[in-house]
Design a protein around this ligand. Structure first.
Ligand SMILES: *[C@@H]1O[C@H](CO)[C@@H](O)[C@H](O)[C@H]1NC(C)=O
Ligand SMILES: *[C@@H]1O[C@H](CO)[C@@H](O)[C@H](O)[C@H]1NC(C)=O
Ligand SMILES: [Zn+2]
Length: 308
């Protein structure tokens, strides 16, 4: 009895010690850097979020400087950054930062917005000369040139008021003269490796203006980008889809898309059925309107019989 009384607590004590030791060993940092590259990349893919430029306004300003990422964002506007908890991964070390940026540029969609928040139309009636492309304060998006060069997928969102056309009468404007579009095309030239670039032209409500003017000029200004018909040098990246939207409810408009390296644009209905080829750089606003609202014969088969 006495032997047992001594041995049982001893065994228990050993077991507890061993358990504590196991726990302690498990608390050692996980050897992340010893994982194969493919597995590390999978982890990064789970952590990254699609970057949004300019970032949505940060409501709480405290602590913002702690999670800034050098190179990706500059300190000047740090207080207006959105807090991404997942971005802590970038701070781990230089190698993780580099690998993570690499995955971000390859996998994430960069959302680039031009809106009244980051674009102020000049008030002068004559269009000013195009701004030098790399001047810091004129840049629409605070992204380092290295990142711009590497990114593969981007969506460009034009959120446009009539004032942003910069002319008193949109009927007289030639799309190639649109200052805003020229500025945007200059900055987009840096996206030399982009494979998937889409444009959404959103017209903000204005009782005096027809949103058609914004859609028309956006379409005409950007659809030749990246092709031999482009009037910039270099020609810049190619868009593969252009959609048109309103800030209010709308029944939906047709959109433009092209596939692969083709230069031809095709109009599609909202369900993705082709409704006809685009006309090209000389399209008038009336022709544009016709394509934008072209009825789809697959969605509305009764149209065929009505015409017969
Ligand atoms: C291009 O990117 C958009 C997101 O911006 C996505 O919806 C679309 O499916 C992509 N297209 C291709 C061909 O990868
Ligand atoms: C603008 O166009 C309208 C008609 O489209 C014309 O009456 C007017 O003279 C034009 N103004 C200028 C400055 O060209
Ligand atoms: Zn259809």
């Amino acid at each position: 009895m006495t032997v047992l009384a001594v041995i049982v607590p001893l065994i228990l004590l050993c077991a507890i010690r061993r358990y504590q030791k196991m726990q302690y060993e498990n608390r050692k940092p996980f050897p992340f850097m010893q994982l194969p590259q493919e597995l590390r990349d999978m982890v990064y893919e789970h952590l990254i979020e699609d970057p949004v430029y300019p970032p949505p306004q940060l409501r709480l300003n405290h602590g913002s400087s702690l999670w800034m990422i050098p190179g990706l964002w500059s300190s000047s506007a740090a207080s207006s950054r959105r807090l991404h908890t997942s971005n802590w991964i970038f701070l781990a070390n230089k190698q993780v930062y580099k690998e993570c940026m690499d995955v971000l540029c390859k996998r994430a969609t960069f959302h680039l917005t031009v809106s009244p928040h980051n674009y102020k139309p000049s008030s002068s009636s004559s269009p000013p000369p195009p701004s030098p492309p790399h001047s810091e304060d004129k840049r629409l998006w605070n992204i380092s040139p290295d990142t711009l060069k590497d990114l593969r997928t981007a969506s460009l969102n034009l959120i446009t008021t009539s004032a942003m056309l910069g002319v008193p009468d949109p009927r007289n404007m030639t799309s190639t003269d649109w200052t805003l579009a020229r500025h945007v095309r200059e900055e987009l030239k840096q996206l030399v490796n982009v494979k998937n670039l889409t444009l959404d032209a959103k017209a903000l409500g204005d009782p005096l203006w027809n949103p058609l003017w914004i859609w028309y000029h956006a379409c005409q200004s950007f659809k030749t980008m990246g092709t031999s018909a482009s009037n910039t040098s270099p020609t810049g990246p190619k868009l593969n889809r252009i959609t048109f939207s309103l800030d209010t409810w709308s029944p939906g408009e047709n959109y433009l898309a092209r596939h692969g390296d083709e230069d031809k644009w095709t109009w599609f209905c909202m369900q993705g059925h082709g409704v006809g080829l685009d006309i090209g750089p000389e399209m008038t606003v009336r022709e544009f309107c016709g394509k934008l609202y072209q009825e789809c014969r697959i969605c509305r088969p009764e149209l065929e019989s009505e015409e017969e």
